[in-house]
Design a protein around this ligand. Structure first.
Ligand SMILES: Cc1cc2nc3c(=O)[nH]c(=O)nc-3n(C[C@H](O)[C@H](O)[C@H](O)COP(=O)(O)O)c2cc1C
Length: 389
């Protein structure tokens, strides 16, 4: 049997504070500290707790060359090797094919180690952002009461008299749209998004306005947002609840053909439940008739930026640009929009059949007609400007 270490693994000493009565009785406070050694691997969803012996053993294997197990030094613990193989931190050519398969995928995708671990181990599964908030504040007033005020809203780097005052910004054509843009947290739960509106939003946000072959086989899409390396690796997946003429369900948007690829049909109730799960139970977003999941194709992005320290940052920035364009198009149509990163990536991956090694779910966007009477706070109208809504 041939063995080697998995491609990407890092070790974290994680502190756990346990309530301990015996410590309390010794008069040393109520908590005891436990340090666990955790192995975070890019092809494993969960950290693996290691003993010091496991840790030392893992350090005896490299990730590149396969070694015949029978030729390993005799001082290495065979039981320890079995434990690491079962956990997936050591990879074998002939057993645990699931670990080998996923490890090969990590290698083939050219992930940067820190980026892969950041992405894989920051994904949520079955989180309710409201119920599971560990912060424990009831609202912003409560936060200020407990934490004191946040750092000030602006900073002064020079004294006031050293400033160069700029001329007032003249009004211009973008202003009405820029000023109408806001994050909607109150969607009309019965309103249907007109197909023409949805179509324009999708085409102008995520559609290719042009294609150009830069080299044989290397086609660049020209979109309305910029993209690192001109790769546009971010795909738009849709959760439709109420779009005119489109059945509730899951779709992939094809940016060149400007077409929806149906992936699953949902009942109205299932679509609403799925929406709520996607946005980690942020109920103020769940009634948006159209949601868009931004998922970046690692293979396309890392094709150019192989093992690159900035590639993951570019992915996140790409999603931000697409989001702002989407917001502005929604504003043009008189609609609020939203973006959230507080999402259950694992449920989203499962729903659309995505693997996080290859497809990075980054954010969920949405939009739709606003409810007449808002219940959740939003900046719908800038008071000193005419109300565009
Ligand atoms: C990256 C990002 C993540 C966000 N996540 C959330 C979120 O999880 N929940 C939410 O209610 N709003 C979220 N928002 C919206 C912001 O709260 C909102 O932009 C901010 O309150 C300012 O309001 P405005 O967009 O109307 O100007 C997010 C915005 C951004 C850019």
């Amino acid at each position: 049997m041939l063995v080697r270490r998995c491609a990407i693994v890092m070790i974290e000493p994680r502190e756990r504070l346990d309530f301990d009565l015996t410590v309390l009785f010794r008069g040393e406070g109520a908590f005891a500290t436990h340090i666990e050694w955790l192995a975070l691997a890019a092809h494993l969803d969960q950290p693996v707790v290691l003993s010091i012996a496991d840790l030392e053993l893992l350090g005896r294997f490299g990730e590149t060359l396969w070694i015949d197990r029978s030729s390993l030094p005799t001082d290495l613990s065979q039981t320890g090797i079995d434990t690491l193989l079962t956990a997936g931190l050591l990879i074998a050519d002939s057993i645990h094919p699931e670990h080998r398969h996923r490890d090969e995928r990590v290698r083939a995708t050219h992930w940067r180690a820190l980026s892969a671990l950041t992405h894989i181990h920051s994904r949520w599964h079955d989180i309710n952002a409201i119920r599971d908030s560990t912060a424990g504040y009831t609202d912003i007033r409560d936060m200020v009461a407990q934490l004191g005020p946040p750092p000030p809203e602006t900073i002064d780097r020079r004294p006031t008299d050293a400033r160069i005052t700029l001329p007032a910004a003249p009004s211009d054509r973008l202003d009405p749209i820029l000023h109408a843009r806001y994050t909607g947290r109150n969607y009309d739960s019965r309103a249907v998004l007109p197909l023409a509106t949805a179509s324009r939003l999708l085409q102008r946000s995520f559609g290719a306005q042009w294609t150009r072959e830069l080299a044989p086989g290397a086609v660049a899409l020209k979109k309305t947002s910029p993209s690192g390396g001109s790769l546009h690796p971010t795909e738009a997946y849709l959760l439709v609840q109420r779009v005119e003429g489109i059945a509730p369900g899951l779709y992939h948007y094809h940016p060149i053909d400007h077409a929806l690829e149906p992936l699953a049909t949902l009942t109205d109730t299932a679509a609403r439940t799925t929406a709520l799960r996607f946005v980690a139970d942020q109920h103020w977003f769940a009634d948006a008739p159209l949601m868009v999941v931004l998922a970046t194709r690692a293979q396309r992005n890392f094709w150019k930026y192989r093992n690159h320290p900035k590639a993951y940052r570019a992915v996140l920035l790409d999603a931000g640009h697409l989001s702002q364009t989407f917001y502005l198009l929604a504003a043009e149509a008189g609609l609020p929009a939203f973006i959230t990163a507080a999402i259950n990536e694992v449920e989203i991956e499962q729903a659309f059949g995505l693997d996080p090694i290859d497809d990075l779910v980054v954010a969920v966007l949405g939009c739709g007609p606003a409810a007449e009477h808002p219940e959740t706070v939003e900046f719908r109208h800038i008071p000193h400007l005419p109300d565009p809504h």
